[in-house]
Design a protein around this ligand. Structure first.
Ligand code: PHE
Length: 337
């Protein structure tokens, strides 16, 4: 047997070893009781006398080489956690884990508020951000020439003068009431757009939640009761609420709702401008003219509606002082929620 050929074969075998188990298999194959070295040693007595010593030396040298190699390789494999792949790929190395994300604070507030109203029997409905002038204004008793329309400065779509980016979520009232007969109780979260100059409390895009309920015998006291439950659930059980008369073209009577300042508990501080109260939403009883627009019998049905800015609620709840933080994608900010 040509010892050089044997050695070459062994070296090829050894090169591919990538695990302790494979190394042990090779050890048994060559150094085991019935292994190649034993076989070679066993063949010595059959050789011509003058070749025996030289052959024996070569077999011994080969055996020592093997022992040496297996010892070294074993150490290296153990150091690598027992796994070493070809091409230096170490599959025992720690993986590259994706960082866990967190829920955006605006989404969190929307989910929370929708859950509260869901429990009271409201369904969540969404409407398009590109609206018709009719749904955004006329259907809501806001004639185009009406001065109140100034309060809803609007992005119109170029080349489509009757389409706009909705300036509030109220157009979904028109859509939902045209599509369904009473009774209905609906909540509408979504984005709205107004061409406001950007500062710590204004953006050209923000989120609102609209809510409305229509049935027979719905009174202002129902609205007060529902909003009271909502405010306590979001801001805590000892929050106080007050309704101030206000004007919206699509509700009559209308009101703005304040909660007692969550920072100073009503004593007066810099957050509430020393007033002790924070404005959180607009509301009222749905105007009979809106019912007329959607084809409801205003003598038979009554209902209430309210709308609030989500960013404002989130800022009050979490003590955030700049609305821009919500949309800058700064992970140091977002990771806190
Ligand atoms: N749509 C009004 C706004 O954007 C809020 C509102 C909704 C008021 C429903 C009354 C009833 O300011």
């Amino acid at each position: 047997m040509d010892i050089n050929l044997v050695q070459e074969k062994i070296e090829n075998d050894l090169a591919g070893i990538a695990s302790l188990q494979a190394l042990e298999e090779v050890r048994v194959k060559y150094l085991g009781r019935k292994g190649l070295i034993a076989e070679l040693t066993g063949s010595i007595p059959a050789l011509p006398v003058e070749q025996r010593v030289a052959f024996g030396k070569e077999v011994n040298a080969l055996k020592n080489k093997l022992l040496n190699f297996i010892g070294e390789k074993g150490k290296a494999l153990k150091a690598k956690g027992g796994i070493l792949k070809k091409n230096n790929l170490d599959i025992g190395m720690p993986g590259i884990a994706r960082e866990l994300g967190s829920i955006h604070p605006i989404t969190r507030i929307i989910d929370e508020i929708c859950t509260i109203f869901n429990r009271m029997g409201f369904s969540v409905v969404q409407g398009p951000e590109v609206e018709t002038e009719y749904n955004n204004f006329t259907g809501l008793n806001i004639p185009l020439e009406h001065p109140s329309r100034d309060a809803f400065d609007t992005f119109y779509l170029k080349n489509y003068s009757k389409l706009l980016l909705r300036s509030h979520t109220s157009p979904v009232q028109v859509r939902a009431m045209k599509a369904h007969k009473p009774p209905l109780a609906i909540i509408v979260p979504g984005r709205v757009y107004r061409p406001d100059a950007v500062d710590a409390s204004h953006l050209f895009m923000f989120h609102q939640i609209e809510g409305f309920l229509v049935d027979t015998n719905i009174r202002f006291s129902d609205l007060k009761g529902i909003l009271g439950l909502f405010a306590k659930n979001v801001f805590g059980q000892d929050i106080k609420m007050r309704f101030r008369p206000h004007f919206f073209p699509f509700t009559e009577p209308s009101a703005e709702v304040d909660i007692s300042c969550i920072i100073c508990k009503g004593k007066g501080c810099s957050v509430c401008g020393r007033k002790g109260w924070l404005e959180i939403l607009g509301c009222g009883m749905i105007h009979p003219n809106v019912f007329k627009q959607v084809g409801y019998d205003a003598k038979k049905y009554t209902g209430f509606a309210f709308g609030m800015g989500i960013e404002r609620i989130a800022m009050l709840k979490y003590g955030i002082n700049d609305i821009r933080l919500f949309f800058e994608n700064d992970l140091r900010f977002l990771k806190q929620f």
